[in-house]
Design a protein around this ligand. Structure first.
Ligand SMILES: [Zn+2]
Length: 165
């Protein structure tokens, strides 16, 4: 077997994909998009403090991935999140499980002026201004907050019975 082949490369790949490999805490959003970079990881729910008031349990993780690219001539970050959450039902205040799966494409403008121009071309556009030190944690936590139902509630008839006094 020639040198440089065999299971060495495979092992290097496995290391790269390892969930234990540290993920950068910040990305340069425009460069990330233009370089078509990819990143994935998981964040513990207990570390997502802005979610805590909405959760009946902080046990679990949010799995996420970010992929850079260019769509319709605009640099974009494609963001995916996947989590099993226990929310608080606003009718009976009991725990209400909620599967969160979301994929969003966020166009990354060079500056405010470019973002305003894109928004005038496409009123539904949901973009961001380029940020050289964007916290990955904040980006994912924002996306989770935006993806939650406005009012968490059990299906009709599925609420827990009111406790007898
Ligand atoms: Zn309920």
């Amino acid at each position: 077997m020639p040198p440089g082949t065999g299971n060495f490369d495979t092992r290097a790949l496995q290391l790269y994909d390892s969930p234990f490999m540290s993920v950068p805490s910040e990305i340069d959003t425009l460069r990330f998009a233009l370089n078509a970079s990819r990143l994935s990881g998981a964040i513990e729910l207990r570390d997502m403090t802005r979610l805590h008031d909405l959760l009946s349990s902080q046990v679990g993780v949010v799995r996420w991935w970010i992929e850079g690219g260019v769509e319709a001539g605009r640099p974009v970050l494609r963001l995916g999140i996947d989590a099993q959450l226990s929310l608080i039902c606003q009718r009976c205040l009991g725990p209400c499980s909620h599967s969160l799966h979301s994929e969003t494409a966020l166009p990354i403008a060079r500056d405010e002026a470019e973002l305003r121009q894109w928004e005038s071309e496409d009123p539904l556009l949901d973009g961001l201004v380029a940020e050289p030190h964007q916290s990955v944690h904040d980006l994912i936590e924002d996306e989770v907050l935006l993806s939650l139902p406005v009012i968490a509630m059990h299906d009709e008839g599925a609420c827990q019975p009111v406790q007898a006094h």
